[in-house]
Structures are given as C-alpha cells and as structure tokens.
Design a protein around this ligand. Structure first.
Ligand code: IPM
Ligand code: MG
Length: 357
C-alpha cells in the first residue's frame, strides 16, 4: 500500500469548506483505487491564526512542510487583515520558500458548463497556462521613502534572472511537448519593457532550439487578451511572467465559465520540495459559511495532486467523475447559475466515484 503524506492548509473563508469537500472526495478516490492512502495532517494557519498569534503561520512553518509529499491549500485573505500581509505571510512564503517556481493552470470548458464566448463549448478552449512563480513582478523588491509627504516614493521592482527564466521556459516547453498539439505561446511585453522582457524573448529563443519538435509563437500580453477572447482555438500551452500570467489566468477562468472551477499547481518540478495544490478562486468572504462554494476547482486541483503523486489511474477516474458531475446542470452551484450546494456536489462526486458512504 502506498502512503502519501498530505499537509492540508484550508486557510480562510470558503477555503475551509472546499478543502473539507476535497479531502472527502480524495479519500473516496483512494478507497476506490485500493492501492494507496492519503495520510492527511491539518494546519490551522491563516487569518484567524494571525489574529491570535500575530503571524500567519509559525516561524518554522515552511520548514515543517518539507516532511510532506504535497500540500493541499484552500485560500487566504480575510477582512481585517491587509491582503499583502496574509498573502506574503502564508501562500507566497510557502511558494517562494519551497521554490515552487512553476505554477500550472489548466483551463477547459467542462461538460455542461457554458463559456461566455459564443460558439465555444469544449475543444475550442483547452489551454494550460504556465506562470513563472518565483520572481518577476512578485519578487518583493522595492520600498517606500518620505511616507505621507508630497515627495513620497514607492518602488516595486520586477526581477528577472537568467536562471529563473530559463527554468520556467524549459518547463513550459516540456509541458507543451506532453500535449497533443506540441504548441507553446510565449507572452511578454518586450516592446515597452526593454530590459527584462527582451531577455525573456532571447532566452525563449535559446530554449526553443532545445525543443525542435515543439512549435512556438510570441505574443505581447495586451494583444494576448484579444487572441484569447477572439481566437481561443488558436492557443494551447502559454507561458508568461508571474503578473502577466496572473491576469491572463483570471481571464482564462472567466472564459471557461467560472473562477470556481479553475485549479492550480505550484510545482517544484525537480521534486526537491513538496508542491502545493489549490483552487484559484480565493477566500470569497461574500459567500463564506453559506455552503454554496463551488468545490469543483478543489476537486480538479486534487486531480493535479494525484497526478503529481504518481496516482495516474485515480487521477483519471477523479477527472471523469468531475466531468460527469458538471454535465448535470442540477448540480451547478450559484457561480454557474445553479442552486446546488457544496454538499450536494460533493455527494454527487462520491456517487460518481462509486463510493457512497
Ligand atoms: C492567484 C491570486 C493570487 C496571486 C493573489 C491572491 C495574490 O490572484 O493565485 O492568481 O496573484 O498570485
Ligand atoms: Mg490571480
């Protein structure tokens, strides 16, 4: 029997609701498979922890994660705690501290779900966005001086390193190579940003030469938003900087029907440290505690986690169950225009997995 040690960090808001649902479904998946178990440890880190302890997690928090095979993360961000504090104190601290430099965001219009784009209902929109996850605009470099005075200055410095760009570019080409179309679109803004972004273009060309079987093209990020909207079928795998991919992935999630469905993986591809899996929707305090959060993003995130753990059969079975559940409009939560609850969707998943107890 294979045992995978999972650290669960539900975090804030609907994070606790969707992670609870996700763990139920993953446990059913493991039982159904029969070949592995998930040994789950819960961590109560987040904004409530901050209100009691003055920090989002203990000082040894990142180090403690190294004992696990994967991290299943809900969401972070709560009223009363500044967003930059909650974010840098937990999620970014883990991503950067464990060098999870590749953020992977698959986007697809699942069965039963409507894209806001006319004529798009499946195969026309099937993307994987690869987001640089360790530096760039999120490097945390900058500062403020002369606070409150008219001459106050604030800087926010984007840092791009040859090491950082080369490794994300190789990962993106490998991701593209593993998909049927073997096609990568490289996004920058190298017309206006003439240093780091031009370096991206140069490194992209160097790495492209290592992957003669992968076709690639280049887009400026502003034009990319139009291409995603007007010609979604012309795209497959996409690589972009930390901030550009953050923005493009929200657009992607909206075009695929709902932010409630979108999953993400924060990977250390070399597996020197545990990777972290989370839905991308955030803590959504407006609906927290109502039992109507869409758990599908967390289930799909679970698929990515099982794949990473090497449980390919269970991952495929879970994805199949997700698609059967989304195909039934009676099981759509309010973000998809339905009236189903988190509980109802979770129960339907357990039934679809053939495990209902
Ligand atoms: C995401 C989110 C985060 C990010 C927020 C919560 C800071 O938008 O995962 O896309 O920008 O990284
Ligand atoms: Mg985002």
């Amino acid at each position: 029997m294979r045992t995978h040690k999972i650290a669960a960090i539900p975090g804030d808001g609907i994070g606790t609701e969707v992670i609870a649902a996700g763990l139920e479904v993953l446990a059913a998946c493991a039982k159904r498979d029969g070949g592995f178990v998930l040994d789950v440890t819960h961590f109560d880190w987040g904004s409530d922890y901050y209100k009691t302890h003055g920090v989002m997690m203990p000082a040894n928090g990142v180090a403690a994660m190294r004992a696990y095979d994967a991290i299943y993360f809900g969401a972070v961000g709560a009223p009363g705690v500044p967003d930059h504090v909650s974010l840098w104190g937990l999620r970014l601290a883990i991503c950067q501290g464990l060098d999870q430099y590749a953020n992977v965001r698959p986007t697809r219009v699942l069965p039963g779900i409507e894209s806001p784009l006319r004529h798009v209902n499946g195969g026309e929109l099937d993307w994987v966005i690869v987001r640089e996850n360790s530096e760039g605009e999120y490097s945390g470099q900058g500062g403020r001086v002369h606070r409150g005075l008219p001459e106050e200055v604030g800087t926010e410095v984007a840092i791009f390193t040859r090491t950082g760009v080369t490794r994300i570019m190789r990962f993106a080409f490998e991701t593209a190579r593993a998909r049927p179309r073997k096609f990568l679109t490289i996004v920058t803004k190298s017309n206006a940003q003439r240093h780091g972004m031009v370096m991206w273009d140069e490194i992209a060309a160097e790495v492209a030469a290592e992957f003669p079987d992968v076709t690639s093209d280049k887009m400026l990020v502003d034009a990319m938003t139009m291409r995603m909207t007007l010609h979604p079928q012309s795209l497959d795998t996409i690589v972009a900087t930390n901030l550009h991919a953050d923005i493009l992935s929200d657009l992607a999630a909206a075009l695929a029907g709902s932010l409630g469905i979108a999953p993400t993986a924060n990977l250390n591809p070399e597996r020197k440290t545990p990777s972290m899996f989370e839905p991308i929707h955030g803590s959504a305090f407006d609906i927290a505690g109502k039992g109507i959060a869409n758990p599908i993003g967390t289930f799909w995130t679970g698929v990515m986690m099982l794949e990473h753990l090497g449980e390919r059969d269970a991952a495929a079975r879970l994805m199949g169950a997700i698609e059967r559940v989304t195909a039934d409009k009676a099981l759509h939560t309010p973000d998809l225009g339905g009236v189903a609850t988190t509980r109802q969707v979770t129960d339907a998943m357990l039934r679809a997995l053939g495990w209902n107890q």
